[in-house]
Design a protein around this ligand. Structure first.
Ligand code: PMP
Length: 361
């Protein structure tokens, strides 16, 4: 096995919902670890899926035409500029596979979404990590680090795991420092949750620049994480390159109909975003009262400083039925990350955390 493959540390997803039942016999667990939508599946998506179940003997539409056309209409772009994938993870891997390889570098913030590093390494390319400035992506340091080997830069807006954001002004200044022949991936997995209107939104308020690739997902605000659908918006040439190497049926047919229906389910989308905002506000207030610093966020998750070993608190919370995320391995040894849940789940989290912290002193 080549060294570059053996150097990959496997991605460790948030624990699944039935983990606590298997591990500790806890029947009802609350998962706040993977930034999912707690509201369930869009009713319109459920209906579309059930209508489609009897034709599962057929292959999917390899071009995902209906979904792609809907997205093109939504953002007033051409379908030639859209590639859908088996989650945005798929698009990240395809971009790395197509545009990197031995001798090429991709810049990314540290910490950032782990699949960037994994996909770059899998391509044989070299990930170059640029530390955050506090909790924010350091656009200046990223621009300073470009060399003639740099083929790709990954940015996340709002950022995961810190929830910070950058403005169009800052991004425009960053792009002016980028060379001609490189791709800048702007991963907007959480953009639907952003409340600060100054955030750069690459599809609603685009910069006309062929080097920009926008990444979006149906896994978060649209509540379809289990279906695995994401998409990239990019220059038609770049899209054409990706089409050469993607699997012919990389988005299954139920996922295609579910995503197309969810895109039209405005009520579900609005309700989910509202619940997340309320949840973030409720949790922030409660935690602040408990003297636990909460980091500002534009996403559906946030960081909190529990002021003691985060992995110990994470493990103690598991025994209380709560699945959170320790940020210890991300360079924040006393931070937990949680996403907002339903009101009862948020209350249960606060109750469990109070219990855990009083036990740990
Ligand atoms: N980008 C970011 C920043 C993420 O946090 C995630 C999921 N955790 C993804 C991409 C991947 O999302 P998906 O593959 O479910 O579309």
């Amino acid at each position: 096995v080549p060294d570059h493959i053996m150097s990959i540390v496997p991605y460790e997803p948030g624990k699944p919902l039935d983990f606590l039942e298997r591990e500790y016999g806890i029947q009802k667990s609350i998962k706040l670890a993977s930034n999912e939508n707690p509201l369930g599946t869009s009713p319109m998506a459920v209906k579309a899926i059930s209508d489609h179940l009897s034709t599962m003997n057929r292959y999917p539409d390899g071009s995902a035409l209906k979904l792609v056309n809907k997205l093109a209409d939504r953002f007033n772009i051409s379908s030639e500029n859209i590639v859908v994938g088996n989650g945005s993870d798929d698009i990240i891997a395809l971009l790395a596979h197509a545009f990197l390889g031995a001798g090429r570098e991709a810049l990314m913030p540290l910490p950032s979404f782990l699949m960037y590093e994994i996909s770059v390494k899998a391509s044989g390319g070299n990930p170059v990590m640029i530390p955050l400035n506090g909790l924010e992506i350091d656009l200046d340091a990223l621009a300073d680090s470009v060399t003639d080997k740099t083929s790709m830069v990954f940015l996340t807006n709002p950022n995961n795991p810190t929830g910070t954001f950058f403005t169009k002004e800052k991004f425009t200044a960053f792009m002016s420092r980028m060379p001609e022949n490189l791709l800048v991936i702007v991963d907007e997995a959480y953009i639907e949750f952003a409340r600060d209107e100054n955030i750069y939104n690459s599809l609603e308020n685009p910069l006309d620049d062929q080097r920009i690739v926008s990444l979006r997902t149906f896994s978060k605000a649209y509540g379809l994480a289990g279906f695995r659908v994401g998409y990239g918006v990019m220059d038609a040439f770049v899209a054409g390159v990706i089409h050469r190497i993607r699997q012919p049926f990389n988005v299954n047919s139920l996922a295609q109909v579910a995503a197309a229906a969810a895109l039209d389910d405005h009520d579900f989308l609005e309700k989910g975003i509202g619940i997340m905002h309320q949840g973030i506000d409720f949790l922030s207030e409660e935690l602040t009262e408990m003297d636990i610093p909460v980091m500002p966020t534009q996403a559906n998750f946030f960081l909190m400083d529990v002021k003691q070993d985060a992995t110990m608190v994470f493990n103690a919370l598991l025994k209380q039925g709560i699945i959170a995320r320790s940020m210890k391995s991300y360079g924040f040894p006393t931070y937990l990350r949680i996403s907002a849940g339903l009101p009862d789940e948020n209350k249960a989290f606060i109750k469990a955390l109070k219990k855990v912290l009083s036990n740990h002193g």
